[in-house]
Design a binder for this molecule. Sequence first.
Ligand code: B12
Length: 222
Amino acid sequence: MQDTDPEQLLADLGRAYAKAVLAGDEVGAELAVRDAIDARLSTAQIDDEIIAPALWLVGRLWARGEISVADEHLATEISLRVLALQREVARTVKDRSGRTALLAAPAGEQHTVALQMIANLLRDAGYTVLMLGPDVPPDAIAEAACRHEPEVICMTATMPAASDRVMLAIREIERGWPGAGYVLGGRGLSVRLRPRPGIHLCRRVSEVVEAADAIVKRAELN
Ligand code: B12
């Protein structure tokens, strides 16, 4: 969805949702609600301004004989499944609320815009975020990790020298707190670096929540 005007966005999603339920298109209906969730519309807004109006429209069309009873039932069943999806998303965010992610740029690294984006994404997803910021020496990251015991540690490397410093920080952290998994990103990361169990390499900030979730899930299985 390109539109940033909230009123317009609601109207567009409402139309897309109504069109989908009237066509018996469950995937389309789910996509409209996922877009609404991604656009940070609240559950109440989605219920009141997307799902309910679509069902009112279904009711009017049914009363006028323009759609069948089966069409009306199908639209309702799709809406009930979408409500279950809403609950599932809320539960996932709640599940992450006890999880901590520690974020840092290693010694010498001043570029932190991506790291701040990551903080926003992880917070929105329900993680507790501890942001250490730029230019953090390995022993300071390790000390913070020992104190806060984060499940996930995210580090960024823009300058080429930062790549080795990220690895140095990981070695230092692991001596005191071996319980973390790592999400690393940034154009300075060495091409020689390969992902391995517990270390995820990401090209984009948008990959961070999935990578963090994978780390948490893996830890739960151990
Ligand atoms: C803003 C900026 C600065 C600011 C940073 C302020 C701040 N608080 O961040 C300041 C002024 C401090 C700065 C300083 C310097 N900078 Co500068 N800077 C930039 C600039 C213009 C934008 C960087 C940025 O924020 N990009 C936006 C973010 C979102 O994108 P990104 O970092 O690339 O991240 C993407 C991915 O890499 C990934 N990602 C990154 N990290 C992570 C981490 C995780 C966990 C995940 C999942 C994903 C991920 O996600 C993003 C996309 O989704 C770039 C230009 C450029 N081409 O990038 C130069 C640039 C990075 N800087 C450069 C240089 C040379 C410097 C200085 C040496 C300049 C100087 N002579 O002083 C110093 C070095 C400082 C240091 N030691 O770190 C060069 C680096 C060249 C290189 N690779 O060697 C660039 C490329 C400019 C250029 N074309 O020459 N800089």
